[in-house]
Design a protein around this ligand. Structure first.
Ligand code: PPS
Length: 280
């Protein structure tokens, strides 16, 4: 029974990509700008890293944002879950930096730029297996995930092979920068320079050490809550983390209630003869 339900869940997730196709009309009112940048990837290929890189290259790099989605929204999710419509998208300041897992066919076209990040497919499979286990309640083994789901393209965004092959056909397009996760690992500084040239950013040379530090694995790991999908969903719903064990002190009531609120509270309290309180 459980494996049947699990199978259903995975089929449902697999249909996500086609659901996005189905919802295509929803983003037809999207108007691209020449300085829009779409970071496009197959999942687990370095999307979040690229979001952080572009955030660092286009701002002063402060870490005040609650979640990376606030400064670099996930386009497909905004559309699919009606989080934003065309007019909301219009209000976002330039340069708009969107994350997307859409295929080339389905990505909005226009005057904008696309940075595609591809990663070794075997490494993607392992990373995706761990993601399915930690975030999507997958209970099977790696072999099961690999043979039954990943290799058959029965995962959230379909086949890795199709996704990469599809985008690779456009690697020489003038508005596409085709990068590899492995380039970022082997030569982060050189790859940042390629991005700067492609996007025509102006970044002062003296900012580089700080940018490299903030885009490093240890730095991003330390701020993991600002990147994790789980905290992203919590932020999206407006919930605040680290506010459950609040102050742990007496006297907030005195501070917050108006005298009218205190009077009506006391009236009720006195009728019931509950435990004594200091007169106000
Ligand atoms: S997702 O779920 O599609 O948004 O995932 P995505 O961000 O594309 O990929 C997650 C993997 O990227 C790794 N990552 C990094 N590697 C090196 N340096 C930095 N700064 C960095 N930030 C994210 C992350 O660890 C995931 O890979 P694995 O192999 O699972 O560790």
């Amino acid at each position: 029974m459980i494996s049947f339900l699990l199978r259903k869940l995975i089929d449902l997730l697999t249909n996500l990509a086609s659901a996005i196709d189905f919802n295509r009309s929803a983003y037809l009112d999207f108007h691209s700008r020449p300085d829009d940048i779409f970071i496009v990837t197959y999942p687990r290929s370095g999307t979040t890293w690229m979001q952080m890189i572009l955030y660092q290259l286009t701002t002063d790099g402060n870490m005040d944002f609650p979640h990376i989605s606030q400064v670099s929204p996930w386009f497909d999710r905004l559309i699919l879950y009606n989080i934003m419509d065309g007019s909301d998208l219009e209000k976002l300041p330039s340069p708009r930096i969107f994350k997307s897992h859409l295929s080339y066919k389905n990505i909005p076209k226009g005057s904008c730029k696309y940075i595609y990040v591809a990663r070794d497919g075997e490494d993607v499979a392992v990373s995706y297996f761990y993601f399915y286990t930690s975030h999507l309640n997958f209970k099977g083994t790696f072999s099961e995930f690999f043979d039954k789901y990943f290799m058959r393209g029965k995962v959230q965004f379909g086949s890795w092979f199709t996704h990469v092959a599809d985008w690779q056909q456009h690697e020489n397009d003038s508005n596409v920068l085709f990068l590899r996760y492995e380039d970022l690992i082997n030569d982060l500084k050189g790859t940042l320079q390629k991005i700067i040239n492609f996007c025509e950013f102006k970044v002062a040379e003296e900012r580089f050490p700080e940018i490299l530090e903030k885009c490093s694995y240890p730095f991003m790991k330390k701020y993991e809550n600002k990147f994790d999908h789980i905290s992203g969903m919590i932020w999206e719903k407006g919930y605040k983390q680290n506010s459950f064990i609040r102050k742990g002190q007496t006297g907030s009531g005195k501070e917050y209630l108006t005298s009218q609120q205190k009077n009506s509270f006391n009236k009720k309290l006195n009728k019931l003869n509950l435990f004594g309180r200091d007169p106000q």
